[in-house]
Each structure stands twice: as structure tokens, then as C-alpha cells.
Design a protein around this ligand. Structure first.
Ligand code: F6P
Length: 557
């Protein structure tokens, strides 16, 4: 990219938005009462998603100013540059092409002299073939038994996406074939995840973009040790057979660093590559999704990719005023930079999306939690908000109190599907309808509240009227889809990827690097000897760290 980023705060749109925020008197009750067309104007379709923005704290003037801000900060030019394979990841000098991972096979996109669509589809073919062999039982372990459990070993983007999607698409999994996931270097994770597994029917997938991540490589070694010990212990691996024979039947890997995969001892025939233009948190749709392909099958995975592509096309082609990721990204800018919001809740009313907020935390916060712009200059405005959430209705009985009556502004996205994967009736009541009634009730209560007079009319004692009053005007976006199919899941993920992109583009930051995670990694390496008892290294640490290490050394058994 040439030139520095536009400073958003110097644009006329920014000044207009500041003025609009200053004079804003949010009144969703009045806005709805006075404007019959509000819901229709602010309800949009993106692929199979139906998105109701009407309960946000915006009027037409705010929406127009936000769209002007996007224009004045060149958001759509940045979008086109990203899709075209320009090196929009400036600090790592890389293209950013997760959108190319879901291009159809007959598309073509040349980047840095290479047709990436060909590369993507030939790797997909390898992953699909591997997955089919595992699913059909053609792939057997060292004793000739079919695989019953696939254990994905990865962390961050090499874990959160696969876990989230495996959970979300539970209804599409092949029965008799389970996936488990190990991510944390806390040895408890590996110990408990391996519990009850039979080495003869277990296949590990080591997923790591860099193949240099401490947690993943440590866990991979632990799993290899567990495998070999188990197989030797049972006699499945005889004394004359080398470990690598078992590893080749029970270990596969996914990485951009295939040389390191080979060094680790994994058979290159079981290794699937991807490319440095896929960020870790954008990689579920690359070979990093291999465990998901095994679970749901190539056909469903192709539907998942097609769903992502449909959202990519929407973002690429929909006019700005109807462009859902653009508008949702701009709304987040509105709340963060003009209305003082610090966090953003994502509240799925779909139990199977229970890991979606955790997945989005990496996507949004690793992307936009930055305080310098892509040219190295300081940001000129607040950037990434804290994303968090839990599925409804559980959250209702935990933190919704703060959403309804607290002092913080927390914009929230509610997500639900019309048809649940697993429906049940309670007598005559369709339980999913009870569930959805909660979704609709919550967004209604948050928007319109309950006045003191309404509380009095219920006969409340005057002394408790304030405590029982709801101010309302808490902004929400409602996202609905027919069902949580692979395609719809892909659409949701791509929607949030593009929302994240829009925010980063407005703020002028590189949403695709993650230097902020490096310092802690370096320090952990440096501190390890001290934790293990090296007094000299311990003495070099600050006083607090020394005392924490001392506590550990004293209490360890
Ligand atoms: O530490 C952060 C990070 O680099 C993430 O961006 C990435 O998803 C994760 O670590 C795992 O990295 P890898 O896939 O290279 O093991």
C-alpha cells in the first residue's frame, strides 16, 4: 500500500459524527412510534442472514455520516486491495487472502505471480481425500483398526475455529467418529483430553501455522509419548518396530512450515499446507479445518466454504447503504468512538454457537487491539472494543442485569435461527419457540425499557420504582437465519471477518498482524529456567516476579 492511512479524525464525516453524537437524544420508543418505515429501512439481507439494525442508536443522519466516513477513509478501496491480493498486512509485508480460500474452483486469482485458486483447490482435494479415508475406515491405525477419535492439537486460530465449528455443526457430524481438541499448555488439558482414548484408534492432527508454537509442539510431543507408550505397553508396537511407523499411522499435520513438520517426525505424506497470506485467526477455512472436514465430511465443508464466499460477495458487491458488514463495522465505530462503548456483546440464541463468542474474541481483538497505525504512527482514536458473550438464555441469568440497568453502554448482537438442530416439545409447547420468545423479549426490553409510570401501574411500592425502572435505549442488532447449516455458519464467520476489517480500515490499523502477543511468549521462554529452579535467572527478575516464583518453588510438591 502506498501513502499513510487517512486520519479518520480529520475528515468532515468525523466532525459531523461528533456533532451528531453531541446532540443525540436516543429515544427508540419515539423513533419507532414516529417512523413506520424504520424497521424496513434498517433490515437488510446478506446471503441467508436477515439482519435487523433498527434497534441501534442511529437515525438517518448518523447512518449517512457513517457511510461518508467509510468513503473518506477509503474503506472500500482497502477492501478491493485486500481481495486483489495487495500486501495490506503491511508490517508483515503479506497479502491477506482468506477470501481466496473460498473462491470456487473455476475462479482465478494471481498473487505474487502464483494462481492461488489452483493452490487452494489442490490442497482442498488432499484434505478431502484424507478425511474420506478416515471417515470410511480406509485409514487404519498401526493394528489395522479404524480411527474412532481425531485429536486436534493447536492453539489460537489453530484451535478456536475448529472447536467452534465442530460444536456449531454437531448435527452434521459422522457418528462413531469423535473429535477432541487440545490447546492449553496446562498439562491438565492433554491429560484430561486423552482420558479414555485407545491409542490404536486415535489419530492426532497437529495444527500450527508456524509449527513453532510452544504450546502446540509441547502438547504434540506429549501426545506422541502417550501414543508410543500405549502401543508399546499393549504390545501393538513390537520392540523391533520403530516409533515413526506408529507416528506415520497416527499423526497428521497442518502448517505453512512443512519442513518443520518433517523435522518433528510426521510423515510428509500426512501433512497439509497453507500459505502465509492466511492469518491464523482467518484460517478455519484452510487446511486448519481438517478436523472439521473429518467430522462433517467434504461435501458439508464445501457448503461451509460456499457460505463464506456468499458473504464475501455480498461485502464485495452490495451497495454501501445495503452492505451489512460495512454497516455493522461502522456501527461499532459509532459506539466506540462517539458514544463511549468499550465492549461489545455477542449473544447467540443457539446453544451450538456456544464457542462463537470465544472465537470472535481472537478474530476481533487480535485484529483490532492496536495503538499504532499501519505506517507506525500512533492511532488517532480509540480502537478495538472488548468482545465477549455467552449463549442466551444462560447469559440472561448471569450478566444481563448490567446490560439492562448498568451504567455502561454495551452494544449487543443477538443471533438465532428459525429451525433448531435439535427440537423438543414440552407438552404442547415447542421449546425452541420459548427460547426465541426470550431472544425477542430481551431485544425489546433493552430497546424500549419500562418507564416509572409503567412500574407504578403494576402496583409497585414507590420506594422500589427506581430500581424496577428500565431506561431502555440499549442498542442491539438481531441476526437471524433459517437454520445453523454449514453454509450459514460460514456466512456468520465471514460477516464478522469483514466487520473487523471495516473497523480496522477506518482506524488505519493493520488488522492482520499480532505483534502484541510476542513479548509474553519471549518472557515465558526466558523465565522458564527460573521457574525450574535456576536461582541466577530468578535473581534477574523484578521483585514481584521473584516473589511469585519463590511462592511456586516453596509450595511445589
Ligand atoms: O500467539 C498468537 C498466535 O500467533 C495466533 O495468531 C495464532 O492463531 C496462534 O498463535 C497459533 O499459532 P500457530 O498456528 O502458528 O501455532
Amino acid at each position: 500500500m502506498t501513502g499513510g492511512p487517512v486520519d479518520p479524525t480529520t475528515t468532515s464525516a468525523w466532525s459531523d459524527l461528533a456533532d451528531l453524537a453531541e446532540s443525540l437524544e436516543p429515544d427508540l420508543r419515539a423513533w419507532f412510534a414516529e417512523d413506520d418505515g424504520r424497521v424496513e429501512r434498517l433490515s437488510l439481507t446478506a446471503a441467508d442472514l436477515w439482519v435487523d439494525l433498527s434497534k441501534n442508536l442511529v437515525d438517518d443522519a448518523v447512518v449517512a455520516a457513517l457511510l461518508a466516513l467509510a468513503e473518506q477513509t477509503d474503506v472500500l478501496d482497502h477492501r478491493d486491495a485486500m481481495y486483489a491480493g495487495e500486501h495490506v498486512n503491511v508490517t508483515e509485508d503479506r497479502a491477506v487472502l482468506h477470501t481466496a480460500l473460498r473462491l470456487p474452483a473455476d475462479a482465478s486469482l494471481e498473487v505474487d505471480g502464483q494462481d492461488v485458486v489452483d493452490d487452494v483447490h489442490s490442497t482442498l482435494a488432499e484434505v478431502y481425500d484424507f478425511a474420506e479415508r478416515v471417515r470410511s475406515g480406509a485409514w487404519v491405525g498401526i493394528t489395522g483398526q479404524r480411527i474412532r477419535t481425531v485429536v486436534n492439537i493447536g492453539i489460537g486460530g489453530s484451535d478456536l475455529g475448529p472447536v467452534m465449528a465442530y460444536e456449531a455443526l454437531a448435527a452434521y457430524r459422522q457418528s462413531g467418529l469423535e473429535c477432541r481438541f487440545i490447546s492449553n499448555i496446562d498439562p491438565t488439558d492433554t491429560s484430561t483430553t486423552l482420558e479414555g482414548l485407545d491409542p490404536e484408534t486415535t489419530l492426532f492432527i497437529v495444527a500450527s501455522k508456524t509449527f513453532g508454537t510452544l504450546e502446540t509442539l509441547t502438547n504434540a510431543r506429549l501426545c506422541r509419548t502417550w501414543l508410543i507408550a500405549g502401543l508399546r505397553g499393549s504390545g501393538a508396537l513390537g520392540p523391533d518396530t520403530e516409533d515413526r511407523v506408529a507416528v506415520s499411522r497416527h499423526f497428521a499435520a497442518v502448517s505453512t512450515a512443512l519442513d518443520k513438520v518433517a523435522d518433528f517426525g510426521i510423515d510428509p505424506a500426512n501433512a497439509f499446507g497453507f500459505w502465509d497470506w492466511v492469518g491464523g485467526r482467518y484460517s478455519l477455512d484452510s487446511a486448519i479445518g481438517t478436523s472439521l472436514v473429518v467430522a462433517i465430511g467434504p461435501e458439508r465443508f464445501a457448503e461451509f466454504l460456499a457460505g463464506m464466499h456468499a458473504m464475501d460477495e455480498h461485502f464485495r458487491t452490495a451497495p454501501p447503504a445495503e452492505n451489512v458488514p460495512l454497516l455493522m463495522g461502522l456501527l461499532n465505530v459509532w459506539y466506540t468512538n462517539f458514544l463511549g462503548a468499550q465492549s461489545h456483546a455477542v449473544l447467540p440464541y443457539a446453544q451450538l454457537l456456544h464457542r462463537f463468542p470465544a472465537y470472535l474474541q481472537q478474530l476481533t481483538m487480535e485484529s483490532n487491539g492496536k495503538s499504532v497505525r499501519w505506517d507506525g504512527t500512533p492511532v488517532t482514536s480509540g480502537t478495538g472494543e472488548i468482545f465477549w458473550g455467552e449463549p442466551g438464555t444462560n447469559g440472561q441469568h448471569a450478566f444481563y442485569q448490567l446490560l439492562h440497568q448498568g451504567t455502561q453502554l454495551v452494544p449487543a448482537d443477538f443471533i438465532a435461527v428459525a429451525n433448531p438442530a435439535y427440537g423438543l416439545a414440552d407438552g404442547d409447547a415447542d421449546v425452541h419457540e420459548l427460547f426465541l420468545a426470550n431472544f425477542f423479549a430481551q431485544t425489546q426490553a433493552l430497546a424500549f425499557g419500562k418507564t416509572a409510570d409503567e412500574v407504578r401501574a403494576e402496583g409497585a411500592d414507590e420506594a422500589v420504582v427506581p430500581a424496577r425502572t428500565f431506561e431502555g435505549n440499549n442498542p442491539t442488532t438481531s441476526i437471524m437465519a433459517p437454520e445453523l447449516s454449514p453454509s450459514v455458519l460460514g456466512q456468520l464467520i465471514a460477516l464478522y471477518e469483514h466487520i473487523t476489517f471495516v473497523q480496522g480500515a477506518v482506524w488505519g490499523i493493520d488488522s492482520f498482524d499480532q505483534w502484541g502477543v510476542e513479548l509474553g511468549k519471549q518472557l515465558a521462554q526466558a523465565l522458564s529456567p527460573a521457574v525450574a529452579g535456576d536461582a541466577e535467572v530468578a535473581a534477574e527478575q523484578d521483585a514481584s516476579t521473584q516473589s511469585l516464583i519463590a511462592y511456586y518453588r516453596k509450595h511445589r510438591r
